[in-house]
Design a protein around this ligand. Structure first.
Ligand code: VGL
Ligand code: ZN
Length: 196
């Protein structure tokens, strides 16, 4: 049984959004075109409270793009994005979201960020995604979405470590910056993840 995981395909990560991924909108038609090839389609949503620690606006004298340490974890500071129940956190209209069987929410705790769709950055809280896939007898997982260099990368690492066979589909992912995206593809390959 196979599953397609849509990582954070949300308005704020698309051109015009508050944390836009360059050309992120190019993946939507491609993702729509493959959804019917899977037994199950699931999606993650970045889903932050307004006071989330990853927002530069919640720290005095800090700017977007600065890296800080919080509880010994590296934290990049972002513009406010994907605030729960906001327009920016919704799926884009063009996405065939009626084909999504279940949505998993990440970054919901104000005190810790969560790049992976499986666990938060401290590996403390599970989103339930892994259990859901295992209960559904999924062994093959294809990963698509935004952004290659953050949430797609860490979701693929966790999927790999959870024992799934995984592919990251290059024509259905885009990254925030060219450099970190190149590094992300290399790290994924080095781990044994196939990029197809
Ligand atoms: C993401 C930065 C902050 C992502 C989420 O979905 O890649 N990046 N929150
Ligand atoms: Zn976020």
């Amino acid at each position: 049984m196979n599953a397609l995981i849509l990582i954070d395909i949300q308005n704020d990560f698309l051109p015009g959004g508050s944390l836009e991924v360059p050309n992120g909108d190019e993946i939507i038609d491609n993702v729509n075109s493959i959804m019917d090839n899977y037994n199950i389609v699931v999606a993650t949503k970045d889903w932050h409270p307004k006071n989330h620690i990853s927002f530069a606006s919640n720290h005095k004298n800090k700017k977007v793009g600065q890296k800080i340490k919080i509880n010994n974890l590296d934290q990049m500071l972002w513009p406010d994005h994907c605030i729960k129940d906001s327009k920016g956190s919704e799926f884009p209209e063009k996405l065939d979201s009626h084909k999504i069987h279940k949505i998993f929410y990440k970054g919901v705790d104000s005190n810790i960020d969560s790049y992976s769709g499986f666990y938060d950055n401290g590996k403390i809280r599970s989103t339930g995604l892994s259990n859901f896939l295992k209960k559904s007898n999924i062994n093959q997982v294809d990963i698509v979405g935004l952004a290659t260099d953050y949430c797609v990368k860490y979701s693929s690492f966790d999927a790999f470590n959870e024992g799934f066979n995984i592919n990251v589909l290059r024509f259905c992912v885009r990254g925030i910056s060219v450099e970190t995206t190149e590094t992300a593809f290399k790290e994924m390959k080095d781990m044994g993840i196939s990029i197809i």
